[in-house]
Design a binder for this molecule. Structure first.
Ligand code: HEM
Length: 367
């Protein structure tokens, strides 16, 4: 069973390869004061540290064993759990006196032209992204974290997700049947992550405390899967710009071949409005808009009309929300794929810097 370090300059669950099961839960802070908010963040740190490390619940102190749900048995295993804690723009309103600490680019997510946002499943003061190898571990972590913090935050919206195993190998597929993640920036490239993922405190107008954090974008995007499944395979591939079977760009033969946007006139080509081409034109000026995606599939059963309710939890981490996610989403406005997807929820959050050591806690530099 795997476990990921809880302490460090950055939080876990960002560069961590996506585990199979996840839940995204946004909360409204109901803490009555800044002191109570501090207590909440400290409590979340204590619980998250324990859950992501594993042990017997008594590790938390006398009496704690009686309060554990027992859902994963008397011994809690890390089971690949990562807890990632982010905060929304609303936390920086007048309630807690945090206005001057707000990350420079953090705003409330606005509707893009093709969005159908339901505000009851958008935004929130706090976002917890819990990911693990097994669903019961995610559910246990969520129960532990909510039970111990009921007085100070209340769930606002929730979306469960899963990653498919590689089929047949390599990159997992999303529910449109395409490999998803092929062109992601390499998380092992530390220098690249400094350029694309991590905020540098004190630069670019960012407060010093934000150093090592990252803008965390979550978009719940329904896929009109039954409609999509009736679309001709070639047409599907033209919309994405890649082959569905291998994930290769339409101008190549293997998944990791570089898409050729130059020799269009010579026959095989990728449409100008293909998803990958709009998202990443691969020009010198757009290179800095790349960012790390960490998506999950969701299956929410059926809607009131009996249609399958499936889609993508698009999750991404950005050094600069405007330069990266917003620039890319703006280029994707009116892409052909919009006829088959309905973005309906999510929000912009800021993944806090890492918890440095056993005496540190989430947001200590901010609060
Ligand atoms: C690439 C599907 C939403 C940004 C891809 C790929 C697929 C895909 C199949 C190619 C494989 C890969 O490189 O990962 C989808 C679907 C979406 C969706 C089905 C919605 C349900 C979004 C959104 C954004 C986005 C909302 C950002 C605003 C990107 C980027 C790439 C990509 C940046 C990589 C392009 C490259 O560097 O070649 N997407 N995507 N996608 N997508 Fe999406």
């Amino acid at each position: 069973a795997s476990s990921y370090p809880f302490h460090g300059a950055h939080q876990q669950g960002i560069l961590t390869p996506a585990q199979r099961s996840s839940v995204f839960v946004a909360f409204d802070a109901t803490a009555a004061s800044r002191a109570e908010l501090q207590d909440l963040f400290k409590e979340l740190t204590t619980q998250a540290r324990f859950l992501a490390t594993g042990g017997t619940p008594t590790d938390l102190g006398p009496g704690a064993d009686e309060s554990d749900s027992g859902v994963v048995g008397p011994q809690v295993h890390a089971d690949g759990l990562t807890v990632t804690m982010s905060v929304g723009a609303s936390l920086f309103d007048e309630r807690f006196g945090l206005a001057s600490a707000k990350p420079a680019k953090l705003t409330t997510m606005k509707d893009f032209p093709n969005d159908t946002l339901d505000r009851s499943v958008c935004d929130g003061d706090i976002l917890l992204q819990l990911c693990a190898d097994n669903t019961d571990t995610v559910v246990h972590a969520l129960r532990t974290l909510t039970t111990s913090t009921r007085g100070a935050m209340q769930p606002r919206w929730r979306q469960d997700g899963f990653v498919s195993p590689p089929r047949p190998s390599g990159t997992p597929r999303n529910l449109m049947g395409f490999k998803d993640g092929t062109a992601n920036p390499k998380t092992a490239d530390t220098k690249l992550m400094e350029q694309l993922t991590w905020v540098e405190g004190g630069s670019n107008g960012e407060p010093a405390w934000a150093d090592g954090g990252s803008y965390h974008v979550v978009r719940q995007i329904r896929m009109l899967v039954e409609f999509w499944d009736r679309v001709d395979l070639r047409e599907q591939e033209n919309m994405i710009g890649r082959r569905r079977d291998t994930g290769a760009p339409q101008t190549g033969t293997a998944e990791f071949d570089t898409p050729d946007y130059v020799h269009d006139s010579e026959g095989t080509s990728i449409r100008l409005d293909a998803h990958i081409r709009l998202a990443n034109p691969r020009s010198a000026v757009t290179a800095s808009s790349q960012f790390l995606r960490r998506p999950y599939n969701y299956d929410n059963g059926i809607d009131v009309n009996g249609n399958l309710d499936q889609g993508l939890i698009f999750a991404a981490f950005n050094q600069d929300l405007e330069r990266q996610f917003i620039a890319v989403q703006t280029r994707l406005i009116d892409e052909p794929l919009v006829d088959y997807i309905v973005p309906f929820g999510g929000g912009y959050f800021f993944a806090l810097p890492g918890v440095k050591d056993s005496s540190d806690w989430y947001g200590s530099g901010m609060l």
